[in-house]
Design a binder for this molecule. Structure first.
Ligand code: NAP
Length: 256
């Protein structure tokens, strides 16, 4: 795909916040956008408010049935932006399960279902966070996330180990942070590296939007939503020879 070509892009969790802004920026640049949200009526209202070139569709990233139905109706695309995410209050086994379901297993299952529909040279974006950094983990866990030979199955097993360690109260002793959000985003960064290696015909990258004023980021965040979305849009429209398998903020590769 040439960076100048018009593409068809799917954005998850786009009823508001960064996802909605990414849809707007893509549509204003002339791209075709499939704006998805958990509730069809909210997707339709959001799509209408942006204007022509934006289709609305229902997609709950935690539901296998919703993902399968969406994939069946979709047709070919050039880009997938896994943006849907939650940052839940508290820390217990249920918060961990619900966070990982949206933030890690959601992007994994949506990407696996839609990969055959993405054109050669296309882009898959995983919206991650600086909170995914690994300095707060034990060195053994850090090494596991960074292991170049890690495959999807191994990453899923690692994430499930976190869920188990939280439910048995051993997560601190085992070197995990007390944050489901942090673990979900570290896992997304590893997933970008793994999927990029497995799919050399595509670009697969994780992107941190910075700390942005949305419902999730809150009103004290220093960045406006358009600035946060710009880095995601950049990763959605990469062309031949551009990077894959990395973690980026403001178009620059960053360590995690
Ligand atoms: N804001 C920040 O400072 C910041 C920083 C770093 C990373 N991020 C990441 O950026 C992404 C977008 O965040 P945001 O700030 O725009 O958050 P937001 O304003 O809270 O919006 C989150 C979006 O995700 C959707 N969503 C939640 N659960 C879903 C599900 N099961 N299926 C489909 N959609 C679902 C929500 O839909 P409903 O309207 O239906 O709830 C909403 O549209 C997230 O992945 C977040 O982790 C944000």
């Amino acid at each position: 795909m040439l960076a100048s070509e018009k593409l068809r892009a799917v954005v998850t969790g786009a009823s508001r916040g960064l996802g909605f802004e990414v849809c707007g920026q893509l549509a204003r640049a002339g791209h075709q956008v499939v704006l998805t949200a958990r509730e069809l009526a909210r997707a339709e209202a959001a799509a209408r408010s942006i204007g022509p070139g934006v289709e609305a569709a229902e997609l709950d990233v935690t539901s296998g049935e919703s993902i399968a139905g969406f994939a069946k109706r979709l047709g070919p695309i050039d880009a997938l932006v896994n943006n849907a995410g939650v940052s839940l209050r508290g820390f217990d086994a249920s918060v961990v399960r619900n966070t990982l379901a949206v933030n890690f297993f959601g992007p994994l299952h949506v990407t696996q279902a839609l990969l055959p529909l993405v054109s050669d040279g296309g882009n898959v974006v995983l919206v991650s966070s600086g909170m995914g950094e690994l300095s707060v983990y034990s060195s053994a866990l850090r090494a596991h996330f960074l292991d170049e030979s890690l495959e999807v199955e191994g990453l899923v097993a690692l994430v499930e180990e976190f869920e188990r360690d939280v439910s048995t109260g051993r997560h601190t002793a085992r070197g995990w942070p007390t944050s489901a959000y942090r673990v979900s985003k570290a896992a997304l960064n590893a997933l970008a590296r793994i999927l990029a290696k497995k799919n050399p015909r595509l670009h697969v990258n994780a992107v941190c939007p910075g700390w942005v004023r949305t419902d999730m980021g809150g009103q004290s965040a220093p960045r406006a939503v358009d600035a946060g979305a710009a880095g995601i849009v950049w990763a959605t429209t990469l062309g031949a020879g551009e990077p894959t398998g990395g973690f980026f903020r403001d178009r620059k590769r960053i360590p995690w």
